[in-house]
Design a protein around this ligand. Structure first.
Ligand code: F6R
Length: 251
């Protein structure tokens, strides 16, 4: 992977925005892979500013989100459907009909709805393929090396599928649910590591000391399911953009 060390998130955001703007100019119906979480926020902001300032036509741009909770209605404010809408679709002015989230077909269906749930992952991967694949996939990374909701131990060949959320992730995310862990969903649906690797360009963003160990494992550790992000070493076009703190454990 190519490693770029930047001064701050805004600088990283600008690199992403320049890359995606160039892509949209040559391919107006570009397919963007979208992530939630805090790491991509400056990148979305920079892209929205560039689209506005340069009058780039994004009306044909398509998007696929990385992951979604299971069992939340799409309209729930903390669903990733709502989050992607708030942080990407609205500020960029994308056509919401062209932006998909893995839970779209489930829309709050209970995990007990076995049949629906069992096929949702395959259907999502098929939809990405039918769109011609993802051009640029933006990624954050967990302190434990997760990408999407692929926690340590996830198969590096996995497709989109339903997973249980590990306890630590539910504890971490309780802040979005009135600090009440009982309100945090127990399951999710996430693009697999294998799905992510199919995107033509991966852009992973990591900021802060808290991500330093995961970045060192990702870049310099062996390729291992214990650090799902280390699968980026298998990808021919991966860009890792970090600040000094997140780079501090690289040799
Ligand atoms: C988000 C996602 C997660 C986050 C990761 C980092 O859709 O799939 O893997 O990218 O947990 O989160 P932040 O960016 O909030 O540190």
């Amino acid at each position: 992977a190519e490693i770029i060390i930047v001064d701050n998130e805004a600088e990283a955001g600008k690199l992403y925005a320049d890359c995606v703007a160039d892509l949209i100019r040559t391919k107006p119906d570009a397919v963007l892979g979208l992530a939630t979480g805090s790491s991509p926020l400056a990148a979305y902001k920079a892209l929205a500013a560039k689209v506005e300032a340069e009058g780039i036509d994004v009306s044909h741009v398509r998007g696929f989100a990385l992951d979604e909770y299971l069992g939340l209605p799409l309209e729930h404010p903390e669903s990733y459907h709502s989050t992607i809408h708030r942080t990407v679709v609205e500020p960029l002015g994308l056509n919401p009909e062209l932006v998909h989230v893995p839970g779209d077909v489930l829309d709050g269906a209970p995990i007990e709805d076995g049949d629906k749930v069992a096929h949702a992952g395959e259907a999502y991967d098929a939809a990405i393929e039918a769109a011609g694949g993802i051009d640029v996939q933006i990624l954050g990374i967990g302190a434990d090396g997760h990408i999407g909701f692929n926690e340590p131990g996830s198969s590096l060949a996995s497709g989109t599928r339903v997973k249980t959320l590990v306890q630590q992730t539910r504890v971490d995310n309780a802040r979005f649910f009135d600090d009440d862990i009982d309100q945090v969903p127990t399951h999710c649906i996430t693009q697999g590591v294998g799905t992510i690797l199919k995107a033509r360009h991966l852009v992973l963003l990591a900021f802060g000391e808290n991500k330093a160990e995961a970045i060192a494992q990702t870049v310099e550790g062996g390729i291992s399911a214990f650090c799902p992000a280390s699968a980026l070493q298998l990808h021919p076009h991966a860009t890792i953009i970090v600040d000094e703190a997140a780079a501090s454990q690289l040799r």
